[in-house]
Design a protein around this ligand. Structure first.
Ligand code: ATP
Length: 319
């Protein structure tokens, strides 16, 4: 491998810039040429690539979003689109590609791998829904944002002795709700991985208030239910009227935490080194502090296991 490219694809996440910086600087350190692809696979098909140097990734480690921008690209879903993408890279003499994104972006990388381009996937998503890595790039920042929001809600809820329902992101994965819920002492955490009973949730809230509790926070993952439905359901069952807050896209913005920056730096450098070793069609991750690669086929066909120990801990501590 003499020349590589890097792109960000799918939903953006905090730490993507730190990952781009790590890929570029590590490639240059190892004497490779490196190109940035603008707007994910769409930019690849449009031949929208620029050569990156050390300074092109200066002053971005602390920024949310992605300087390469991101996009979803329908054309790349077709075999013709994928062929075209591989040709664009070949014509420029690029033989390796680092794709930073989620599940769909990984599948695109796998297609290019089968067309002879060496590819590595980096898990860039706030959702933490990619298996074979303990954490994805952006998850830690997102959880911090939710915890901070809940702290603020708690102040005002306690003053008014009110309950609050907070809807958080995560798509089909409950990790943001679980981690943020545990870290902020939420009374109830509703996630898609565990069936829930709204009668029980409402009863518990009512009992807790009658036994002197002055606030109550329910965190609900968007993949399990909407905050609005949970709020309405509680009102119907016990007459209490929780305030519903949908945190939305603020969970995807802002400066990345040091954990996300370090994870992105480690994984970006690791992906470059793996490409140099001739590895391809792999997703990079970190498991118990150790950097690992896993076949993309396996990554995209495995559901990330849910951490029931943490969930049960949250339950035990939220009496
Ligand atoms: P997020 O989880 O944040 O949404 P993602 O990477 O899963 O990120 P997608 O929209 O699923 O986001 O995928 C991003 C892009 O990857 C798509 O627009 C498409 O160009 C490409 N892609 C997705 N699935 C495939 C596939 N099966 N084969 C080839 N390319 C794909």
């Amino acid at each position: 491998v003499k020349s590589i490219a890097v792109l960000t694809s799918g939903g953006d996440s905090q730490g993507m810039n730190a990952a781009v910086r790590a890929v570029v600087r590590s490639a240059l350190y190892h004497g490779l040429e490196v190109y940035g692809v603008q707007r994910g696979y769409q930019g690849l098909l449009n031949n929208d690539l620029r050569q990156m140097d050390l300074r092109s990734v200066g002053d971005i480690i602390q920024r949310g979003g992605t300087i390469l921008q991101t996009a979803r690209c329908k054309e790349f879903l077709t075999p013709e689109g994928q062929q075209k993408g591989a040709e664009v890279l070949r014509e420029r003499g690029i033989d390796g590609l680092v794709v930073i994104g989620g599940d769909g972006s990984y599948q695109g990388a796998n297609k290019l791998c089968k067309l002879g381009i060496k590819t590595m996937g980096l898990p860039g998503t706030i959702d933490n829904d990619i298996p074979f890595t303990d954490y994805t790039i952006g998850f830690d920042t997102s959880v911090s944002i939710v915890v901070d929001a809940i702290n603020k809600l708690r102040d005002t809820m306690t003053s008014h002795e009110r309950s609050s329902v907070v809807e958080v992101m995560g798509r089909h994965c409950g990790d943001i709700a679980l981690y943020a819920g545990l870290a902020s002492g939420a009374e109830t955490i509703i996630v898609p991985e565990v069936p829930f009973d709204l009668d029980q949730v409402a009863n518990r809230m009512k009992e807790n208030f009658s036994s002197g509790k002055r606030h109550s926070i329910i965190v609900v993952a968007e993949g399990a239910a909407s905050g609005e439905d949970i709020g309405k359901g509680i009102t119907e069952r016990c007459g209490m009227e929780p305030r519903v807050t949908v945190l939305g896209h603020i969970q995807r913005g802002g400066t990345p935490t040091h954990n996300d920056r370090i994870l992105a730096s480690q994984l970006g450098d690791f992906a470059v080194r793996k490409l140099m070793e001739g590895d391809s069609g792999k997703g990079c991750g970190i498991i118990r502090g150790e950097l690992v690669v896993t076949d993309i086929d396996k990554v995209v066909n495995t559901k990330k296991p849910f951490n029931m120990d943490l969930y049960n801990l949250a339950l035990r501590l939220s009496q």
